[in-house]
Design a protein around this ligand. Structure first.
Ligand code: ADP
Ligand code: MG
Length: 147
């Protein structure tokens, strides 16, 4: 089982958020799903980059591109990075993305920005990461493991 750090963290720069996510990424040794919540500009993609780096993936390659919803990166484990911002949402559209297959793939890490769009598509045992803007470069980052 991965020993992923959980709890309530405060970061004071993008680098600190990256570093926190890097430590989480480093700790992953089995299939894991992360649901990244927070407003535009909160730092979800920064966090995804840190997880990628912890999986030995070049963080410069982990982005939220305009026309792709699912990106795949191969590191010491495979990373699927999804940004659901542009989908209307709901379980049907999520099934069409092939998410069912992706989350049942063994040895894969799945990071989902805008999980609110999942609708009724439930993902058990995910790590939920809630990033809140505390003003300037300060962010609250709450990481918890769901049942
Ligand atoms: P999101 O994916 O949530 O829309 P991004 O990760 O793309 O947001 O962007 C976050 C922006 O906020 C970046 O420009 C980053 O440099 C800046 N930033 C400032 N402080 C922080 C912090 N503590 N953690 C994360 N990002 C921060
Ligand atoms: Mg983003």
């Amino acid at each position: 089982m991965s020993s992923i750090p959980t709890g309530q963290f405060i970061t004071r720069s993008a680098e600190e958020t990256f570093e926190l996510a890097y430590r989480i990424g480093e700790a992953i040794n089995e299939s894991t799903v992360f649901l990244l919540q927070g407003d535009l500009g909160a730092g979800k993609t920064v966090f995804a980059k840190g997880i990628g780096a912890g999986l030995d993936i070049d963080p410069a390659e982990v982005n939220s591109p305009t026309f792709t919803i699912v990106n795949q990166h191969d590191g010491r484990m495979r990373l699927y990075h999804l940004d659901l911002y542009r989908i209307a949402g709901g379980a049907n559209e999520v099934y069409d993305l092939g998410l069912e297959e992706i989350i049942t793939e063994s040895e894969a890490v799945v990071v989902i920005e805008w999980p609110e769009r999942l609708g009724a598509f439930a993902i058990p045992k995910a790590y939920r990461v809630e990033i809140g803007d505390l003003g300037a470069d300060d962010r609250s980052v709450n990481v918890h493991h769901e049942v």
